[in-house]
Design a protein around this ligand. Structure first.
Ligand code: AMP
Length: 387
């Protein structure tokens, strides 16, 4: 394995919060950082050595970034594959175009998972209104209609409650190629976070339990309250997917745990993931450092969790009319504030998160409740006090 050692330059395609936290960790390790971002004062650009200003779909700008970097990685899986292919001719790109080609198209992703014989949500591909009607017959309703490309945080997806709603759902996603999935009445949502290095070694973080609000991650709790056999099964699924893709770096696999105790893959993210933010502070090696180690050909670090933890997302909605009361949050024990340096706190936009990391699940849950109360986030309490 050729190692890319500290002192070398890591380039990020996209300069959001993931790139920012990777850059912070990479900097601590002694790397230099370049970012491609439309905003020269974006979350990652603020902590980088240099920023190439441009959209991540701008081939010329991506080439200018790569020319100054020893390895290139991603803040988002929505970078066009054609651009990655060009960059790959001169610079290592990890993960590369082969991984992205599968993951950035929901239909390809589903076919790939079918090929691996991994359990997943019942689904059918949709090309037009007719095939949507056929798909509804095959998959059953209620279902969730999701665009094949560019979806995240519930964007590009809509619930289809009944046959009467099919036309409206097709309009709602902009009449574009899609996948219809059965609506899963799940018991719990979990994610497998793993890192895979250049030699195929894999390290797992503890399975995380995720609670969403309005299709956006609200909180993550670790360790997830699931049976050890189920956790092992989830890890095995994650490892099979990472190896099947030939992935290098961090990866998250989101799964539903059904009421019958079965696991169904919802989606794959070939990168650091929101449900792994807790690792930055609650684990011996954060997912951000781990990703840097993996893409630079360095030995993977210990994923060890120090103790129970809860991560709460801070969305732009919190800012409506006033600055949130950070003093109230920071006065709580075991509590750490992460803000991403974003300028406009739009509704639904991920602005930061709070990590509560302590010694017992009960203590952490109580403090997390207090965080929610301090920020008026507790209108629908989702943190159960009893572990
Ligand atoms: P996604 O963008 O596919 O990760 O979806 C965001 C969130 O919407 C998921 O984490 C679930 O909470 C919910 N969701 C997505 N697909 C389904 C489904 N087929 N059944 C039930 N809930 C879903």
């Amino acid at each position: 394995v050729s190692r890319i050692l500290p002192g070398a330059t890591i380039g990020f395609l996209g300069g959001g919060q993931l790139a920012r936290m990777m850059a912070l960790e990479a900097r601590r390790l002694g790397y230099r950082i370049g970012v491609l971002d439309p905003d020269a004062d974006g979350p990652a650009a603020q902590v980088a050595d240099f920023c190439v200003v441009g959209e991540f779909g701008d081939r010329g700008a991506a080439e200018r970034l790569a020319a100054r970097c020893d390895v290139v990685t991603l803040d988002t899986e929505h970078v066009p594959c054609e651009i990655l292919e060009v960059l790959e001719q001169s610079t290592p790109v990890r993960p590369g175009s082969a991984v992205l080609r599968v993951v950035q198209d929901r239909a390809e992703q589903r076919r790939f998972l079918d090929g691996l014989d991994v359990p997943q949500t019942r689904h059918a591909e949709v090309a037009d209104l007719d095939s949507l009607r056929t798909a509804a017959g095959l998959v059953g309703l209620p279902g969730v209609l999701k665009t094949r490309r560019s979806g995240y945080d519930g964007k590009g997806q809509v619930k289809v409650a009944s046959v009467e709603g099919i036309g409206a759902a097709w309009d709602a996603i902009g009449r574009q190629p899609a996948v219809l999935e059965a609506f899963v009445d799940f018991e719990m949502e979990v994610s497998v976070l793993l890192a895979r290095d250049l030699e195929g070694n894999v390290r797992f973080y503890p399975i995380a339990e995720n609670v969403h609000r309005n299709h956006i991650l609200h909180l993550t709790r670790v360790p997830a309250q699931i049976a050890p056999e189920l956790a092992r099964k989830a890890e095995e699924i994650g490892a099979r997917i990472a190896a099947g893709l030939g992935h290098v770096g961090m990866m998250a696999v989101e799964l539903f745990v059904t009421r019958d105790g079965e696991l169904l893959v919802n989606e794959i993210a070939p990168r650091t993931h929101n449900s792994g933010h807790y690792t930055f502070g609650a684990c011996a090696t954060s997912q951000f450092e781990q990703h840097v180690r993996a893409i630079c050909g360095l030995p993977l670090g210990e994923p060890t969790l120090f103790g129970p933890a809860i991560m709460i997302n801070l969305l732009g909605d919190l800012w409506q009319g006033r600055e949130p009361d950070w003093s109230a949050v920071l006065s709580l024990p075991c509590t750490h504030l992460h803000l991403y340096g974003k300028h406009a706190p739009r509704s639904g936009r991920k602005m930061g998160h709070v990590l509560v990391s302590g010694e017992s699940a009960g203590q952490v849950a109580r403090i997390a409740c207090a965080v929610e109360a301090a920020l008026d986030l507790d209108q629908a309490p989702t943190v159960r006090l009893a572990p």
